[in-house]
Ligand binder design. Structure first.
Ligand code: HOZ
Length: 425
């Protein structure tokens, strides 16, 4: 596989874009080599400038549940293009998308559309603070909620991948409003609430973590979180930017049977276009301006292109619940038969191969993975046409466009790549 055109584009990009990329993990720093430059996607496949073809398990970092260029999403976008690309004014379509979200996720009684997952989490914590009159936010080590200042404390995703302990540029005063606790530990949550319960506005959590790799909640953990937050009058925010419409139509909250107070959603509700949303209990959301005193705004919020694509995807998923059976079956097949020495975490169609033989239940155990070995595995997979996220601390995703043949090819490539990673070939 040659990458000469990608190599020269990456040299050019580094002259003008920091690190050559518009989001840090894309730069391949933790796995070695340089990123392929993508020319197009179709179904479950990506194509690069050197003519290489890959089976895509990044799926735009999760939202492409139906794969690239799904005909219903393309038709919706073509329809939207005929009308206009941005109005900064209300449209009927955005009501329909809001209704579709609330219909799928019953804890969301009212919803506000924004432009990204970062905007959604930033706004949700502002609402939680405004509603409760408290300042402290509890988050979990290794969870990532976008690049919101006060949520970058002990964050996962690119921050974990690049080993940036705490980013510069965030005032200490902001970090002081964040309590970062170990994920999956009820005792530490109980202790934090006993010490600071009257000052905690909210707990924000990825109910299935995707940003330290895929880490599911232990049985009873989310239930305990729900009970403790309610007992102390703090809000529970589920960040479902990755899990929304992914691990079930109603997200992780449907899969695990928990009703949070607020939920954040991201690119998934735009079928991959830039969009996000936050919503939840009506009494809380009625505090958002102009209905209430908590300010949040955006010209491109409810953008007609993103709304059209999102609505097409949500309507498709509602009409075809069998999509989830297929996603689950393909992901389960992929994860079966992994050799000893690897820990596989999977929830529905999101999963991670951790290069450790110990269970991975939190950030500390995720960090015990052999990232050098992951890097060798990653590069061997790429050479065999399998496109994974270039980090041990990101999840892989299957889409409805993946075929039985894709899965078989991926399993064959994975067997060779595991052997290479362990120096057996
Ligand atoms: N942190 C993002 C995924 N968890 C990366 C997004 C991107 O690079 O596009």
């Amino acid at each position: 596989m040659t990458h000469s055109k990608s190599e020269s584009l990456f040299q050019r990009a580094q002259e003008i874009i920091p690190g050559g990329v518009n989001s840090p993990v894309r730069a391949y720093r933790s796995v070695g080599g340089n990123p392929p430059f993508i020319t197009r996607g179709q179904g479950s496949h990506l194509f690069d400038v050197d003519g290489n073809e890959y089976i895509d398990y990044v799926c735009s970092w999760g939202p492409l549940l139906l794969g690239h260029r799904h005909p219903e999403i393309l038709a919706a976008l073509e329809g939207a293009l005929k009308i206009g690309t941005s109005f900064g004014a209300p449209t009927e379509q955005e009501i329909s998308l809001a209704e579709a979200i609330c219909d799928a996720v019953p804890s969301i009684e009212m919803v506000r559309l924004v432009n990204s997952g970062t905007e959604a989490t930033m706004s949700a914590i502002r609402v939680a603070r405004g509603y409760t009159g408290r300042d402290l936010i509890v988050k979990f080590e290794g969870c990532y909620h976008g690049h919101v200042d006060s949520l970058l404390v002990k964050a996962g995703s690119g921050v974990a991948t690049l080993g940036i302990a705490d980013t510069q540029g965030v005032p200490k005063a902001f970090c002081d409003t964040t309590l970062a606790l170990p994920f999956n530990c009820i005792d530490s949550l109980e202790q934090a609430f006993r010490a600071h319960g009257n000052s905690i506005a909210a707990v924000i959590v990825e109910p299935v973590v995707g940003n330290m790799g895929c880490v599911p909640p232990l049985p009873g953990y989310l239930e305990a979180m729900r009970e403790i937050t309610a007992r102390f009058g703090a809000l529970l925010i589920f960040d479902e930017v990755m899990t929304g419409f992914r691990v079930a139509f109603g997200g992780a909250q449907q899969r695990f049977g928990i009703r949070p107070d607020l939920t954040t959603l991201g690119k998934v509700i735009g079928g991959g276009l830039p969009v996000g949303a936050y919503g939840g209990r009506k009494d809380i959301m009625m505090k958002v301006a102009p209905a209430g005193p908590i300010y949040q705004a955006g010209t491109l919020s409810g953008n007609p292109l993103a709304v059209a694509a999102g609505l097409a995807m949500l309507r498709h998923l509602k009409a075809h619940p069998e999509v989830y059976t297929g996603l689950e079956a393909h992901a389960a097949e992929l994860c079966a038969g992994v050799p000893p020495g690897i820990t596989v975490n999977r929830v529905g169609s999101m999963f991670t191969f951790f290069f450790t033989d110990q269970p991975v239940t939190d950030y500390e155990s995720a960090k015990r993975s052999d990232t050098a070995r992951f890097g060798r595995f990653f590069r061997a997979m790429l050479d065999r046409g399998i496109y994974l996220a270039p980090s041990q601390f990101e999840a892989a995703f299957v889409s409805a466009a993946h075929t039985d043949e894709d899965v078989k090819k991926t399993i064959a490539a994975a067997h060779e790549s595991f052997e290479l990673a362990y120096g057996m070939l």
